[in-house]
Design a binder for this molecule. Structure first.
Ligand SMILES: Cc1cc2nc3c(=O)[nH]c(=O)nc-3n(C[C@H](O)[C@H](O)[C@H](O)COP(=O)(O)O)c2cc1C
Length: 348
């Protein structure tokens, strides 16, 4: 993410329709269980993920930090994650690494007792781009210290960079740079909406990451966000960004393919908006899900709507599990399901 434009990104995501054109989660169907033989109240949503106990398999994905308004949003998000005992990621910490004055909106996270906190830096910043010095192990450590974080999410957002007039387009050596950092700091490789292929997953595994966030297509489209941000005069770039609106591997397809290629813990982010979709992601092998676009408008209104949203997600997940006869999250791996339509073709 290009951090000086963070505020633009938040504004655009709040005002415009930036969702991908298709919800691929709807191409997964479950076989209903008429006689579940369990009680809904006995269903357990607790999960141990990366050695942390979460009260639900949910991480609020990294979105913001580093500008004035970000403090209010991150404070609310921290309170929500603390109360609901779910994971929380911050947005790219690049601004705070480049300018100490911009640290406040990140540092406040450490004042809260959140079960899993993820830092965030961009993979393109790990290698030399134009005139800039790349971030190394020292910056990675600083980023985690700043928020008392548990893992550093390194985001791979080359789709977004490619459709920005001023994007960072150098990627040669990026996996090596990730490996150098992962040797010293616990990392998660994170896509931001274009999905992780099996080859990329194996590269991330070989670089020593602790987990992968498959960040697939089907939810927030960063090509769409950039399309809205590009000036009207720059007609070519605006059209390019529009044409790549739905670029990428759908989240469930990326999940299935990554699950088949690496045995690392997986986060399914990209288009998760309700609890039925969470159940589908877990049934396909995700350990937890990540949610950004569904959370932003709620937390923008206040802490309460954000908490109510997580309560609803948990309730929907529980009802789905009840109707499938699953008492534990792991039981979802064994339920009968079918893939239809485009997703089926992706997976075959
Ligand atoms: C407003 C906004 C800002 C984001 N900023 C970041 C960021 O700084 N770093 C990052 O890794 N991902 C960032 N993301 C991507 C999300 O973490 C997530 O991967 C993506 O939005 C797909 O999930 P969704 O469909 O639930 O929105 C951002 C998303 C949104 C909506």
């Amino acid at each position: 993410m290009i951090e000086s434009r963070k505020e633009d990104h938040i504004d655009i995501c709040l005002k415009e329709d930036v969702e991908s054109n298709k919800d691929f989660w709807s191409d997964i169907k479950f076989y209903h269980q008429s006689a579940p033989e369990i009680d809904l109240d006995d269903i357990n949503l607790n999960v141990d993920f990366l050695e942390k106990r979460l009260n639900a398999p949910i991480i609020i994905s990294g979105m913001t930090g580093g500008y004035d308004g970000a403090e209010k949003l991150n404070r609310r998000l921290a309170k929500v994650a603390e109360k609901m005992r779910v994971g929380l990621g911050v947005g790219s910490q690049r601004p705070a690494l480049e300018d100490k004055k911009l640290r406040d909106s990140y540092e406040l996270i450490s004042e809260h007792s959140i079960p899993l906190v993820l830092g965030n830096i961009g993979a393109p910043q790990l290698i030399s781009q134009a005139q800039e010095e790349p971030f190394g192990v020292a910056e990675a450590k600083k980023a985690l210290e700043m928020i008392q974080g548990d893992y550093l999410a390194v985001h791979f957002n080359y789709l977004q960079e490619a459709v920005q007039p001023e994007g960072d387009m150098k990627a040669r050596g990026v996996t090596k740079a990730l490996k150098r950092i992962s040797a010293e700091v616990p990392t998660i490789a994170k896509e931001t909406g274009a999905g992780v292929s099996p080859v990329a997953a194996m590269r991330f595994r070989d670089a020593g990451v602790s987990a992968i966030d498959v960040g697939g297509m089907g939810g927030t489209s960063f090509s769409a966000v950039e399309h809205y941000r590009i000036e009207d005069e720059n007609k070519n770039m605006k059209e390019i960004a529009e044409n790549l609106w739905d670029w990428g591997i759908p989240t469930p397809a990326s999940l299935v393919k990554c699950r088949g290629s690496v045995s690392l813990p997986l986060i399914a982010t990209g288009g998760i908006r309700n609890g039925v979709q969470i159940a589908k992601a877990l049934a396909l092998g995700a350990d937890v899900v990540g949610i950004a676009g569904g959370m932003l408008p709620r937390v923008n209104k206040g802490k309460k709507p954000a908490i109510e949203y997580i309560k609803r997600l948990k309730k929907e997940l529980k009802i789905t599990m009840f109707l499938l006869g699953c008492e534990e999250l792991d039981d979802l791996l064994d339920v009968n399901r079918v893939m239809i339509g485009e997703l089926k073709e992706w997976i075959e």
